[in-house]
Design a protein around this ligand. Sequence first.
Ligand SMILES: [Zn+2]
Length: 290
Amino acid sequence: MPELPEVEHVKRGLEPYVVGERIVSVQFSEQVKKSHAGGKQAIVKGADLADFSEYVKNYKISRINRRSKYLLFHMENETTEGILLSHLGMSGAWFAIDSVEQITEEKFRNHVHVIFTFESGRLLIYSDIRRFGEMRFLEKLEDHPPIIAIGPEPFDENAQELFLASLNLRKFHSKPVKDVIMNHQVIAGCGNIYATEALFKSKIHPNRTVSRVGLGKRIELFHNIVSVLQEGIDAGGSSISDYRNVNGQAGSMQDRLQMYGKKECPLCGANVKQAVIGGRNSHYCGKCQR
Ligand SMILES: [Zn+2]
């Protein structure tokens, strides 16, 4: 599943190719059309396909930013502004290329679901093997409450302060720390892979309750969350699942992971343990993490 670093990488990869481009038409796959005809709204949410096409047509993409794991394409035309919001779900991928045939990997080429054609002739293509991704057109961000509820971006100046304030909330005291740092209202974009790594670096057992993590450890944990996310961005994301960047290349963060998906602890050599915490499978070292 693409996490914050992967989405950040998609954003950076797309920027030079799509900013300044004007959308002239949109096409949808047969599966998306069938789903919408059956009232299920696969991928394109909050509007029927004809309305969605009308909304985005003639808009020029003015900039792209990322909020947690959402990509936001900010758009403008002569009179109004709008936002195309995209979430990659389990296996979404964007390609900015000249034709579908240029997608080198078959599994992505065979699962193209939305194609935006630009005035320049270039295409912006959304591919999604499992179709859990979503996109929607918004007049303004406030129209989509889930994105307004998201906590601070880890790289924001006030993120540590807000993170520590959240951990002080009574409702989190008896919860496993891993569960809480993966809550996007506490900190944006810390998914399973990066939460696992940050806890290992901090030598904190993922199941330890928040009340039993002292202030010093909470600060250390915050810094490790930021550093593993930054490392993920620098490595171009990880390619454990179906994530690929804009040019179809895989990131290399998976080679730098120390605990996620490992069998042996790199510090002490003990067998890595697994447990389901907060509904997610968690890897940890029972000796190094307390
Ligand atoms: Zn260990």
